[in-house]
Structures are given as structure tokens and as C-alpha cells.
Design a binder for this molecule. Structure first.
Ligand SMILES: C[N+](C)(C)CCCC[C@H](N)C(=O)O
Ligand SMILES: O=C(O)CCC(=O)C(=O)O
Length: 460
């Protein structure tokens, strides 16, 4: 059943842990200020420009180093401190960092435990340190790197475009994200924008959690070609590119004509598939009926859960759920480490949901009786939100429209069906599509001019 209501896209929610705004440091002076530590080196020598009002207006920070730490006093008055060991370990000079492979060349054992700067210079290009090593090793750290990597305290949550998502509910039906097949398949050599179109697709998938590709030739071969243009197909026990129908050729309900509630796939993998791609090749109806596709934005419903039932949100974020795939001869998938339904990154931002009731294993190993009760209450609440008219987006797929889904965020399902129905598609690994998106962004669209050059923009 397709439901329509007034167009309303829920605004992106800020990350769970919102942090200070980015420090905006403008440079007006070309002078390089030279500071030296006291001769003794290890004394608590204070190094740096004496604090004065004129220096503040120069927009170049003051730097003080001692035997263990280097403190930066930013023009806006905020202070961040780095362990000298951290700075030396992150040197990106040609002796410490391979220019082409972007890999670290120095081992930890090669860093003296009492490493500290013998002299410090600061200018608009960064902080220049001469170290206490026998070869007076020199390092330069762009100010942007120091602002972004600051940890004591952190200066900014680099919430750039890639972290702002657009949460949606059933009203997305009014304007679902889509791109055109021909745009994507046009090749670079014709000077066309194939790469840009792939980036547009990946940006839409990132922002919305799914995207349609329209006007795709209705064959498995052309569908596979499209998918491989975007990123490598991930091989699993279902194969690489798959075509399936209700023949139970695999011991899974997807290979039946049963309805499937909103779920994410491969929760039984340590690393669940990143993208799931579907292309309905055929389902003659009449006589066939049903087989309508359901999409639910799991991040949207998680944001509702967090607001309405914070205790339930934290239980689903903490209690690990076993999952398994045991229905096919010779396949007994059960990851060694179970994971919770809601997973967050180091900044506390929700980055993955794992929600699959059919594949859920035996709960409670190591849980308390209260946690068992609490988890069921939390799961029922989340389930209710996912099954709400507000959250469910039903769409009748048709041959020619390919659906790309971020399987770490958006759940999919289907209504039961009759008749002969053939669906094809594939999985793409999470790291693979995110890498592709980052590389294409770098190539086509520095979303905001960063002063970090190649060596400093990798490894975050
Ligand atoms: C997509 N394809 C039909 C190949 C497999 C479907 C697997 C469904 C499984 N219950 C899961 O959630 O991973
Ligand atoms: O057949 C469909 O429309 C979806 C099947 C499904 O949910 C899956 O393959 O995970």
C-alpha cells in the first residue's frame, strides 16, 4: 500500500556529541617568529612570544614547549596541548612518511621516550619544530592539522558535509533521491561527467541512505555493469552478483514469497554489507501480486527512540545481539563478536544499525535478567517506530529502476507476493563505497578548501 502525506523532510540531526565550532584562524602576517627552548632542553622552559595584544591580532598562535608537551595558544585565546611524542610520531617529512604510499616509515622504537623540541618557530604555514634527536630532526605541522587533531582539549568536531545526513520519514515518497543511468555510464574519455555522476549518486546515498538510478536496461548484465562502475561487488555465500526468486535455492526467506519486515542484511557478518542494490527484473502482475518494497530510515527512527525513550536507546546501543545464517547446507555463519543494534563512532555519532529479527540468535549470554527485560522493551519500542505509518516508505519497484541502499542505515523489506518474481542485485562493502566517495570528492569536489595537502588529509 503506498501512502502519501504532506512533503516534509526531517532536518539532519546534529551528531550525538556536538562539539565546539571550528576555530577560524585567518593569517595576515608573513613573518616567521623563532622561539628557542632554554639550553637545558629538559627544563620547563617556556617558549613562545610574550603574550601581548598585538600578537593576538596577528592570527598566528603562540607556542610553548617543555620536556613533555607543546602548548598552542590560539589567537582566540583557546589553548590546546600535544604530547611531544604524539607530534614526533605524526611527522610527515619524507624521512617519516612515504610520499607515495602515505604510510608511516618510523617505528615507535625509533622515537626516544624523552623526545622534545629544541626550538620552535611559528608562521602562517605552521609550527616548525627542531627536535632533540642527534640529527636535530625537523618537523612542520600545518595549523589546520593541529586544530583538527587537537585532543587536549579537542578543538572542533570536523562535522563536514559527509557527516550531515538528511533524515526522512514516509513523506520522502514525494521526492525520493535519484540519478540517471546514462549520466553514470558515460565514460571519462568522452570528457563527460561519469565520475561526477557516481559521486552525485554516492553523496545522495550518504545523505539520504538510499538512491534510485533510473532508466537502467532491464537485464542482469547491465545491472551488474552499473554496480561495478560504482564500486567493487562484495562476494558472499550468496555469490557476487545475485539473481533470486521464490525457489528456496538458498535457505533464506528472501528466496521465498513471504513478506519481510524492515531489516538490514548480513547482521551475521562481523562487517555487514555496506550497500545493498536491488533491481526488480520481472514480476508480471497480473497475475502476480504484492512484492512491494519497504524502506525505513533507521537513523530517523533511532533519533525518535533517543528522544522518546533514552534508556531504551542506550540499551540498544550497549547490549550485543548474536546473529546467524544457518539455513543453507554448509553455511553456519555466526560472527565471533556480537554487536549491538545501534553502533556509534568515536565521536558518539550513530554510524550503523543492525536490525534483523529473522536472523537474530539466542539472546542474553552474559546479560542480567533485568537486561533481558529491558532489551525486549527497547526492541519493541524501536520496532513500533519502524513499523509506524510515519516511518514506512512503500514503493513498488519496476524494471528499469535500480535501488541503492546504505545497509548500515536504511532498512528494507517487502510485502508477500504471488506469481513469478525475479530480483537481482549485489552487495558492496562499506569501506569500499566510502573510499570511492572520498576519492571522488578529492578528485572533483573539495567541499571546502582545506589547507591540508595530500599528506595531511589522509589517515583520519
Ligand atoms: C540479497 N540476497 C537475496 C542475495 C540475500 C538475502 C539475504 C537475507 C538475509 N536474511 C540477510 O538479511 O542478510
Ligand atoms: O525481495 C525483495 O524485495 C527483498 C529481499 C530482501 O529483503 C533481501 O534480499 O534482504
Amino acid at each position: 500500500m503506498i501512502r502519501r502525506s504532506a512533503p516534509k523532510i526531517v532536518k539532519a540531526i546534529p551528531p550525538v556529541s556536538s562539539r565546539a565550532a571550528v576555530v577560524d584562524i585567518r593569517y595576515i602576517s608573513n613573518s616567521r617568529r623563532k622561539f628557542t627552548t632554554a639550553e637545558s632542553g629538559l627544563s620547563n622552559a617556556r617558549v613562545g612570544r610574550p603574550p601581548d595584544t598585538t600578537s593576538r591580532s596577528s592570527n598566528i598562535p603562540t607556542v610553548n614547549s617543555d620536556g613533555e608537551k607543546t602548548k598552542i595558544i590560539w589567537p582566540d585565546g583557546r589553548e590546546t596541548t600535544f604530547d611531544n611524542y604524539f607530534l614526533f610520531d605524526h611527522c610527515r617529512c619524507s624521512k617519516c612518511f612515504h610520499e607515495q604510499t602515505k604510510q608511516r616509515l618510523k617505528t615507535l622504537s625509533e622515537i626516544p621516550s624523552d623526545i622534545h623540541p629544541m626550538s620552535v618557530e611559528v608562521d602562517k604555514t605552521g609550527v616548525h619544530l627542531t627536535w632533540s634527536t642527534s640529527d636535530s630532526h625537523k618537523s612542520t605541522f600545518p595549523l589546520e592539522f593541529l586544530r583538527r587533531s587537537a585532543y587536549d582539549p579537542p578543538l572542533a568536531s570536523y562535522r563536514d558535509d559527509k557527516e550531515s545526513r538528511i533524515l526522512w520519514n514516509s513523506t520522502i515518497a514525494q521526492s525520493p533521491p535519484n540519478v540517471l543511468y546514462d549520466e553514470i555510464m558515460s565514460t571519462e574519455k568522452e570528457g563527460s561527467t561519469g565520475g561526477r555522476a557516481i559521486l552525485k549518486l554516492l553523496n545522495k546515498i550518504h545523505d539520504f541512505g538510499f538512491c534510485f538510478v533510473e532508466n537502467v536496461p532491464t537485464t542482469g548484465e547491465k545491472t551488474k555493469e552499473l554496480i561495478e562502475k560504482v564500486a567493487p561487488i562484495r562476494n558472499t555465500h550468496y555469490g557476487g552478483f545475485w539473481q533470486f526468486t521464490a525457489d528456496l535455492s538458498h535457505g533464506d526467506l528472501a528466496y521465498s514469497n513471504e513478506g519481510l519486515p524492515a531489516h538490514t542484511d548480513t547482521t551475521y557478518f562481523t562487517d555487514p554489507a555496506g550497500l545493498q542494490i536491488f533491481h526488480l527484473l520481472s514480476h508480471p502482475s497480473p497475475p502476480g501480486k504484492g512484492g512491494t518494497t519497504l524502506l525505513v530510515d533507521g537513523f530517523y527512527t533511532a533519533s525518535l527512540l533517543s528522544t522518546l525513550y533514552p534508556t531504551s536507546y542506550s540499551l540498544l546501543s550497549r547490549l550485543a545481539i548474536p546473529a546467524h545464517a544457518s539455513g543453507t547446507e554448509g553455511t553456519m555463519l555466526r560472527p565471533p563478536l556480537s554487536q549491538p543494534t545501534l553502533r556509534h563512532d568515536e565521536k558518539g555519532q550513530l554510524i550503523q544499525i543492525r536490525w534483523n529479527n529473522e536472523d537474530r540468535g539466542v539472546l542474553g549470554q552474559g546479560w542480567t535478567p533485568d537486561e533481558i527485560k529491558g532489551w525486549y522493551q527497547a526492541a519493541r519500542r524501536y520496532d513500533e517506530l519502524n513499523r509506524s505509518e510515519d516511518a514506512e516508505y512503500w514503493i513498488q519497484l519496476k524494471p528499469g529502476t535500480v535501488l541503492f541502499i546504505d545497509n548500515w542505515r536504511v532498512m528494507h523489506g517487502r510485502s508477500p507476493f504471488t506469481g513469478s518474481r525475479t530480483m537481482c542485485g549485489a552487495y558492496i562493502g562499506a569501506d569500499d563505497w566510502l573510499s570511492r566517495r572520498t576519492a571522488l570528492t578529492k578528485k572533483y569536489e573539495i567541499r571546502k578548501k582545506s589547507i591540508l595537502d595530500d599528506n595531511w588529509s589522509v589517515g583520519w
